[in-house]
Design a protein around this ligand. Structure first.
Ligand SMILES: [Mn+2]
Length: 222
């Protein structure tokens, strides 16, 4: 594989307007490789459009769409029950569910759930001798990738940011950058090889961000 760019897009959260804005800027083609870091749904007002876009584009051989914790909550809500099911609606799932109730028949809902269930939790690549791990939230420090649990990959925050000492570069979303640095809606590169690409897509001044891992170039929604 010899791609022109390795692109990663952070949290989307139902903001199809911002997704279109950033996606139009990158001029994505078959020469690129694209990783979506998850959280297509919840909190925005076009959750279904975002999910359907991810379902469509991930059929391309040069696109990987990961699972985010919001897709995980949705999956639990519809299929598995338990604590994660109970927290979906109050965490923005209410809006997604309203759209699904309105626009989807049972077959379409099942197709969406199957898509979510099939999402990988991480994607690893080696580029120029460097390892890159793309994952929604992060990794449990001091644990090999193969032994990571679903919970950490989808939900972890401070323990990962403060404790990660690995040699692989980690590209992730999940914690909006303004939660780490006030009023910052631009990706953050931490000292320990972690790059945070969730730039608060669902927030008033938030953006959706895309980064080319090879050049470091960043594109953002208007
Ligand atoms: Mn998120």
């Amino acid at each position: 594989m010899n791609y022109r760019r390795i692109l990663a897009i952070g949290d989307i959260h139902g903001r199809f307007d911002r997704l279109s804005s950033v996606f139009n800027k990158i001029n994505f083609s078959s020469k690129d490789f694209l990783i979506l870091l998850g959280d297509y749904v919840d909190r925005g007002n076009e959750n279904l459009h975002c999910l359907q876009w991810a379902m469509r584009i991930s059929k391309l051989p040069n696109v990987v769409a990961l699972r985010g914790n919001h897709e995980q909550m949705m999956l639990y809500y519809y299929l598995l029950g338990g604590t994660q099911a109970a927290i979906w609606l109050p965490n923005g799932g209410d809006r997604t569910k309203a759209e699904l109730d309105k626009w989807c028949n049972e077959e379409e809902l099942n197709r969406a759930l199957r898509f979510i269930n099939d999402r990988p939790l991480y994607h690893k690549m080696t580029i120029g001798g460097e390892d890159y791990i793309f994952v929604h939230a992060g990794l449990k420090p001091n644990k090999p990738l193969e032994e990571q649990d679903e919970e950490s990959l989808l939900w972890i925050r401070e323990e990962f940011y403060n404790g990660y000492r690995g040699s692989a570069n980690i590209i992730c979303g999940h914690t909006p950058t303004p939660f780490i640095e006030r009023n910052r809606y631009y990706p953050i590169r931490l000292w320990n090889k972690i790059t945070l690409l969730d730039t608060g897509s669902f927030m008033r001044d938030g953006k959706i961000s895309c980064m080319d891992i090879l050049s470091g170039t960043i594109w953002q929604s208007d």
